[in-house]
Write a protein that binds this ligand. Structure first.
Ligand code: UDX
Length: 430
């Protein structure tokens, strides 16, 4: 099938490259020529395991094409995906200007039957908005349809998630447009949920918000655990074995960050507000998420008898492992809190340091993880990169001012770490 994907961010690029690898002819469109040039050289502009090999392969096979012209790509395609960013606007509602700008560029180029697919995370009613906008150009209503097809891939495992999704959601007014997407996705052998555009749009927000609530729930339980002597990991294990609850997204830690959960929780809260429903559950989940980090830092502050003049090492900056993405990462709250209290911060991340350097140039960056320990009063594990697990804590402890370890992700076990003379504090354990 001839497909165009507008936007080469996480969602657009991964979807485009995978659809090309599955044998479709895909034109990835972006206005950022530097990004397109990089992709044309077989390089991925984002750190995503496995992606670069597929980019190289699909370029070589001639299935992946690049363009900066939405018009040209639309004319050459039967299906045009919109996969551009919808960052929160000033009031917390998603800013749709990029989506609408793409729709404005697609509209005049429609000269044959075209299915326009909204893959960006957009509020309920956006498919209709895009349809109305395209109709306002005098476009023949019989020539196009706007379909909602939200994306559920996770950063760090985006290739796997795109190839093996739990489900594909297609919201459409007509069967014919829905069938076009079924044709495109049937090779994945995943259940396909055929529904209306509004339900599809809501499925995305509801799914992400539900997962965020689930994490906030276990983080709230972690606070109870710290007070009563229970261990949140044991509690989560015992809960998760109940199939109705499930063990995934039940890992207590510093809280959720990234480009989706914070934005989507806010977005759904706003949608509720606009429709006259106060979504208190989401507001509470958001509050718990914020408290989780400050509570952890307060514990550190108490432990050190103040933070002013203290040197604090941070392991990890990305919002989660296997990505260089720092959007809404917990590391921001941590750096800002520590710096605000007059602490000296040295941080390491296997791939996200250059991103953080651009926005927080005033902290120190370590050449490797071991340097984070040197001369530090305490070390905080912020992101659970697998490579940190194997650090020689005994040896590194001897280079610290004091052996104090704050594990924000339950990476190590208390007894193991305490064997090396550390004071070990973590989430959900007394
Ligand atoms: C999320 C959704 O999972 C995905 O379906 C959607 O398409 C985009 O948003 P992503 O933001 O890439 O994906 O990361 P995810 O793995 O979901 O983690 C989100 C945040 O929750 C991270 O900060 C992570 O550290 C945190 N998290 C996750 C926990 O604290 N505990 C958990 O048990 C799981």
């Amino acid at each position: 099938m001839d497909v165009a994907i507008v936007g080469t961010g996480y969602v657009g690029l991964v979807t485009g490259v995978i659809l090309a690898d599955l044998g479709n002819r895909v034109i990835c469109v972006d206005r950022d020529q530097a990004k397109l040039d990089l992709i044309a050289q077989g390089k991925s502009p984002i750190y995503e395991p496995g992606l670069e090999e597929i980019i190289k392969r699909t370029l070589q096979e001639g299935n992946l094409l690049l363009s900066s012209s939405i018009e040209e790509a639309t004319k050459k395609s039967e299906v045009v995906f919109i996969a551009v960013g919808t960052p929160p606007g000033e009031d917390g509602s998603p800013d749709l200007s990029a989506v609408l700008a793409v729709a404005n560029a697609i509209a005049p180029a429609i000269d044959k039957p075209t299915v326009i697919v909204n893959k960006s995370t957009v509020p309920v009613g956006t498919a209709q908005l895009v349809e109305d906008l395209i109709l306002s150009y005098g476009t023949d209503p019989g020539l196009f349809e706007v379909v909602s097809n939200p994306e559920f891939l996770r950063e760090g495992s985006a290739v796997h998630d795109t190839l093996r999704p739990d489900r594909v959601v297609v919201g459409s007014k007509t069967k014919s447009a829905a069938m076009k997407l079924v044709e495109l996705y049937s090779v994945l052998e995943a259940p396909i949920v055929l529904t209306t555009t509004t339900s599809a749009e809501l499925i995305k927000y509801a799914s992400n918000s539900f997962l965020a609530v689930k994490i906030s729930f276990i983080n709230a339980i972690s606070r109870i655990c710290e007070k009563c002597g229970a261990d949140v990991e044991e509690v989560a294990r015992g809960m998760g074995l109940d199939k109705r609850i499930g063990s995934q997204f039940l890992k207590a830690g510093l809280g959720w960050g990234g480009s989706c959960f914070p934005k989507d929780v806010q977005g759904l809260t706003k949608t509720g507000e606009k429709l006259g429903y106060r979504f208190d559950l989401l507001t509470a989940a958001d509050d718990i998420n914020k408290q989780q980090t400050t509570h952890f830092l307060t514990r550190l502050e108490e432990k050190l008898g103040g933070l002013s003049g203290k040197r604090i090492g941070l392991l990890g900056l990305a919002f989660k492992p296997n990505t260089d993405d720092i959007r809404d990462a917990k590391s921001f709250e941590i750096i800002d809190y520590l710096a605000g209290k007059g602490a000296e911060v040295i941080a390491h991340d296997p791939v996200a340091m250059s991103n953080m350097k651009e926005v927080r140039p005033y902290i120190d960056y370590a050449k490797d993880a071991t340097e984070v320990f040197q001369g530090s009063d305490a070390v905080i594990l912020v992101t659970e990169w697998e490579q940190y697990r194997g650090l020689n804590l005994d040896q590194l402890g001897s280079q610290m001012k004091s052996r104090i370890l704050f594990d924000g992700r339950r990476m190590w076990t208390k007894t193991n770490v305490e064997r090396y003379g550390y004071s070990y504090s973590t989430i959900g354990l007394e």
